[in-house]
Write a new protein. Structure first.
Length: 634
């Protein structure tokens, strides 16, 4: 079958991606020119100092590590749940890496809590810290690769009729099936949202809710889940990231739905922790008895081996197993929604669980192999997301080119358009901010809701502005360590522009309206530079809590009243790098609610058709401001 060869090809792509990441990881510290001290190194903290350890409520060893506060606040890669390894520099300059794999348990200014497996590992790390300056680096998440590969292999092997039908609908030649149902009444939804909910209910195999920016995708998906629960006892809700799973889970919980959150507790939001499997397990009425039995079993294991003891141990173990099964079953049976990341569906507590319907939120950011890990547990799939925004992260360019960055949602939407429902009314942007993205990415189908269509911070403001730096003589630079690009002069112009804009609108109006600002740039090096300049600007100090600086990736799913975009690229030959990935620009522009300011060299960027047409759109519907001379005083 063509579908099987396609899945087999995905296994090859996953293997190549893992090999590429492992090769990059092994080579990253072998470069003789690499310097740790006095430079920002992505995925690295140096030096760090292990200080003490303790056991948490789950009897896991947590090692406390002191470290310098990252210079890249707000965009730090050290997050709870990620894998890290200790290392130190030898006298010859080479790097020695510890074999012990650790997991980040908590992050605080100046310290990290690391979950370490085995007390011997902790002692080895503490002993080494007395003789060396230790560092930490992010490790490779080999488990996720193995989960994805195993899921693909199982999808190829499975031959039961229902699954084969679903597999051939998703990646084969079978057409999606639909049933006729009475129209559901959702008067609080707009027509396109109501149509999407109806289509989800009528689908027998697959449905897609395509939600462009600001169109109420989460609202629609929550309603579709609640309506599905009127017809089914339990559904599985997933997403590629813990943040996305927690967000949709919180919305369901606010609607009174009983949610069971499966996953690593350190990566679950505070609001969802009480819904986690571990918390529910510990709160079960029978847990006290189970804990007592486990304690008694540990005590008896050191007792003399007599026949009486052996019989007693057998009875205790039988009762232990009986209680474990009872608690586990009741926890799942009480839940209407089981929520997990796509990879988290491989959690052992999910063993044997099957669901009629699977919902995958943010499916346009999910690797296809990860989706199959959840699809194996269901009979019907509902994808939700926007494949005109950022794709999933694929580190190997050749593997991305060969298809791993193309999501299953995108493939199904292209090959089976009958299952796609697009949301068309957006509630975020001024209509002139919306206009160009709607025309280029969504066939001109987006409409601005009346309450946001002409919304501005000031009646005399223009919603879209391009500040042209062509005449300024600015230049892009390459960060020597990360190869990320920055443009220091453009960064200073951005700070100057933001100050001038606040002055023009009026600080009192900005304060009264609690206006918030987002500064977006495609490059991490530029984001770090802008943060430093922002800290040094006295005028903007009072607004700093309302100013967020991040890369495009960091801003997906967010919105701000005012968005300022630093394009960075400034050269004579029109080279724009990954600005050619137009979905990044779609994300950046559509974060703005009332004001969008783009700062960049028109001469460099207009060599590309997309930016040329965007600039013409702004000439006709906004304003182009040319900066005539280099800004020496910025």
């Amino acid at each position: 079958m063509p579908s099987l060869s396609r899945l087999q090809r995905l296994i090859g792509l996953i293997d190549r991606e893992f090999d590429y990441e492992r090769h990059q990881y092994e080579e990253s510290f072998q470069n003789s020119e690499f310097k740790i001290q006095n430079s920002f190194v992505p995925g690295c903290r140096y030096p760090v100092e292990p200080v003490d350890w303790h056991r948490n409520a789950f009897d896991q060893i947590i090692l406390t590590v002191n470290c310098s506060v990252s210079d890249d606040i707000g965009n730090d890669e050290f997050e709870p749940g990620k894998t890290v390894r200790f290392f130190y520099k030898k006298d010859d300059g080479s790097i020695h890496e510890f074999p012990h794999q650790c997991y980040i348990d908590s992050v605080a200014p100046g310290s990290l809590g690391l979950r370490v497996v085995g007390q011997n590992a902790v002692q080895s790390i503490l002993d080494s810290s007395r003789a060396h300056f230790l560092g930490l680096r992010l490790g490779i998440d080999a488990t996720s690769y193995q989960v994805m590969k195993s899921a693909l292999q199982e999808a190829i092997r499975r031959d039961d009729e229902n699954f084969v039908r679903l597999r051939e609908t998703l990646v084969g030649t079978l057409s999606p099936r639909f049933r006729e149902l009475p129209r559901v009444s959702c008067p609080w939804l707009n027509p396109s949202q109501a149509d999407a909910v109806q289509r989800v209910l009528e689908a027998r195999d697959v449905a897609i809710v395509h939600g462009p920016p600001g169109t109420g995708k989460t609202t629609t998906l929550v309603e579709a889940i609640i309506e599905t629960l009127q017809r089914e006892n339990q559904v599985l809700v997933t997403a590629p990231s813990n943040v996305a799973v927690d967000w949709i889970s919180e919305q369901l919980m606010h609607r009174g739905v009983k949610v069971l959150r499966v996953g690593n507790p350190v990566r679950i939001s505070d609001e969802m922790l009480d819904c986690s499997y571990e918390r529910r397990y510990a709160a079960h009425p029978d847990f006290a008895e189970l804990w007592g039995i486990r304690k008694r079993l540990r005590e008896l294991s050191a007792s003399p081996k007599t026949e009486a003891n052996a019989n007693y141990l057998r009875k205790l173990r039988y009762r232990q197993t009986e209680l474990e099964i009872k608690i586990h079953t009741e926890i799942f049976d009480e839940a209407r929604v089981v929520a997990s990341t796509l990879i988290g569906c491989a959690n052992q507590v999910m063993s044997g669980r099957r669901f009629a319907t699977l919902f995958i939120d943010e499916a346009a950011q999910a690797l296809e192999p990860a989706c199959w890990n959840a699809i194996l547990r269901c009979s019907k799939v509902v994808f939700s997301g926007d494949y005109q925004q950022l794709p999933p992260t694929v580190k190997c360019p050749a593997v991305a080119h060969d298809g791993l960055s193309t999501t299953l949602m995108e493939r199904v939407a292209e090959e089976k358009p009958s299952c796609v429902s697009m949301l068309t009314i957006q509630y975020r942007m001024n209509r002139l901010i919306m206009g160009f993205p709607s025309r280029w990415f969504y066939g001109g189908r987006l409409q601005a809701a009346p309450q946001v269509s002409d919304r501005l911070l000031s009646p005399i403001d223009c919603p879209v502005t391009w500040i042209d730096t062509t005449a300024c003589g600015f230049s892009e630079q390459v960060n020597g360590v990360t190869t990320s690009k920055s443009n220091p002069q453009e960064a200073r112009l951005l700070i100057h522009t933001l100050k001038d804009y606040i002055d023009a609108i009026g600080p009192s109006r900005i304060d009264d309206e609690l206006t918030d600002f987002g500064i977006i740039t495609p490059y991490k090096a530029q984001a770090r530079l802008i943060r430093r300049l922002l800290k040094m600007n006295y005028f903007l100090k009072r607004y700093r809590r309302r100013i967020t600086v991040n890369t495009v990736d960091g801003f997906q799913g967010q919105e701000r009243d005012v968005i300022v975009i630093s394009m960075v690229r400034d050269n004579d030959d029109g080279t724009i790098g990954f600005l050619r990935d137009l979905r990044r620009m779609n994300v950046a522009m559509t974060r703005a609610k009332m004001k969008l300011i783009i700062i960049g060299n028109i001469d460099t960027l207009s060599r590309h058709r997309f930016y040329r047409e965007l600039i013409e759109y702004i000439r006709d519907n906004g304003e182009i401001i040319e900066v005539p001379i280099p800004q020496q005083d910025m």
